[in-house]
Design a protein around this ligand. Structure first.
Ligand SMILES: Nc1ncnc2c1ncn2[C@@H]1O[C@H](COP(=O)(O)OP(=O)(O)O)[C@@H](O)[C@H]1O
Ligand SMILES: [Mg+2]
Length: 499
């Protein structure tokens, strides 16, 4: 079906068309010329009327023309050209002629575009619910993914759909579950393996623990005392002579003892005060009796680290610890260095990425997220950053995400930040972001041959974390309260009190 004709100057990457029909933004079209069939996507549309141009200021005249010429409008649209269907979707080397007709793309062509080797089904085309959208699995696992959108636009639903598809390939997925949304989830393609947010201190480095306790880098004497305590504590944990699970308490007691024996030294007291400050914050983080957290990961499972009860700072420690260790252990595995190795890839999903990899602030978790973003692909470590505040996600990490699923996103600052991190997101596509409905997304990057407007499937399994029905809850609450008051009144009457 012809939907318009090329007009104006046509380039190799985009064209303008005029039409009397209304195609839809996001719809695919083809232009045939010089033995080519070039696929394109309608990126923007405007409607106009030559007789009613912007210079007309006479309201009476406007009313008359509008009454007479209801059908005299035109539709002008812009098409982003994506590549020649006959030539593996490579961009053509010569542009189309003005006047060339533009057709809606055949379903067969679209089915071909979304027919990939290791498909992950995300949903269907927004404009054509009978065309399913599959993306290629390997580029996501190798080259990372960002899922960005405002709250309630459907990020977690997308994550769930993606997890389930990955489970279909036995991929070990690891979710940093900030809100306890996934721990009780049920996935048709695999089971949840719950991982407790605990670290055995013997797997922590001196620098990790020093960071927790906030000993500054240039405080050499404090560092010396702390190091002594750290070493002793670690060996006590290793040989089982430690009497508590709180690693910091063990170090504290060691320093306390030595300061009593050797006479108190201001520097030791300083260190002890710092440990004291850190103890409350991290008391639940340590467990001397568990193995390396990474050896608990199960292949073909979604491994869920439940952080919903943990403080943000604990989340940060766990993220850095896990990222650092997985990089180290995957390096060992790839280089066949038998000890301490992780013998399978992992795909990490980090919700609230703006907290764990903030744009303007330095943090250890951000450092290790950046490392995985840059180096992970050599070692089979994939990363998926999820955020409702893209503008506050670290730009470096974001620009390493070679795949993006962007749902409704209204804030201009967010849009600019995302655009500057992704070369394939055009201005016209950005302009579509505010008008997406819940669950509709622009999908782009290496995982797809062409940018796509997708209606993401509604997750079929079970997951927590939709909006609460507050009105319902309060109405029950009210009723329960009234019942309670009435009950008390009855009881007090029974006791003979008189109101
Ligand atoms: N693709 C979709 N299809 C149907 N409903 C959806 C879809 N995505 C989201 N929703 C609905 O919107 C609600 C919020 O989605 P959610 O994924 O929790 O948003 P976010 O994580 O972005 O805050 C869900 O509870 C669900 O009811
Ligand atoms: Mg969410």
């Amino acid at each position: 079906m012809i939907v318009g004709y090329c007009v104006g100057e046509i380039s190799l990457s985009e064209l303008t068309f005029i039409s009397d029909k209304m195609p839809q933004v996001g719809e695919y079209v083809t232009v045939e010329y010089d033995d080519k069939k070039v696929l394109g996507m309608v990126e923007s549309l405007v409607r106009g009327n030559d007789a009613l141009n912007i210079d007309l200021h006479d309201v009476g005249a406007i009313q008359t023309i509008a009454r007479m010429g209801k059908k005299d409008y035109y539709i002008k649209g812009k098409v982003k050209l994506l590549g020649d269907v006959y030539d593996n979707l490579r961009l053509p080397r010569s542009p189309a002629l003005p006047g060339t007709p533009i057709n809606l793309a055949d379903k067969e062509i679209l089915k071909d575009v979304f027919d990939v080797k290791y498909p992950l089904r995300l949903g269907t085309l927004v404009n054509q619910s009978d065309v399913e959208v599959n993306v290629e699995a390997n580029p996501i696992l190798n080259r990372h993914l960002a899922i960005l959108a405002m709250t309630g636009a459907g990020k977690s639903n997308t994550v769930s759909v993606l997890i389930d598809q990955l489970l279909g390939y036995n991929v070990p997925v690891f979710v940093f579950d900030m809100h306890g949304e996934y721990r009780d989830a049920e996935f048709p393609n695999g089971e949840v393996n719950l991982i407790r947010p605990k670290i055995n201190p013997t797997y922590m480095t001196f620098y990790e623990v020093k960071k927790l306790v906030n000993i500054p880098n240039n405080a050499y004497i404090q560092e010396k005392h702390f190091r002594r305590g750290f070493r002793k504590a670690k060996s006590m944990v290793s040989d089982g002579t430690a009497h508590t699970n709180n690693f910091l308490q063990i170090i504290y007691d060691i320093l306390d003892k030595s300061s009593k024996e050797e006479g108190s030294d201001k520097q030791i007291v300083d260190v002890m005060n710092k440990i004291d400050d850190a103890m409350d914050k991290y008391d639940s983080l340590f467990d001397n009796n568990i193995g390396n957290i990474l050896t608990n990961i199960k292949v073909g499972h979604v491994n869920v680290l439940d952080l919903s009860q943990s403080d943000e700072s604990v989340g940060e420690v766990l993220v850095s610890h896990i990222m650092r260790n997985s990089l180290k252990m995957r390096k060992n595995a790839v280089h066949n260095n038998g000890k301490d190795s992780l013998n399978h890839p992992v795909f990490y999903i980090i919700e609230e990425a703006h907290i764990l990899a903030p744009n303007k602030r330095d943090s250890t978790s951000k450092h290790w997220i950046q490392r995985i973003a840059r180096e992970g692909r050599k070692f089979g470590l994939g990363l998926c950053l999820v955020s409702q505040s893209p503008k506050t996600v670290d730009h470096d990490a974001l620009s390493q995400m070679n795949n993006m699923i962007i749902l409704r996103l209204v804030e201009p600052e967010d849009q600019r930040h995302v655009q500057s991190a992704s070369e394939s997101l055009s201005k016209d596509l950005i302009n579509q972001l505010p008008s997406l409905n819940v669950g509709e997304a622009i999908v782009l990057g290496l995982m797809t041959k062409v940018p796509t407007l997708v209606k993401i499937d509604e997750f079929k399994g079970r997951r927590h974390g939709g909006d609460l029905n507050i009105i319902e809850e309060l109405s029950n609450f009210n009723k329960a309260q009234i019942d309670e008051i009435e009950k008390q009144e009855r009881e007090s009457l029974d006791l003979g009190y008189d109101y």
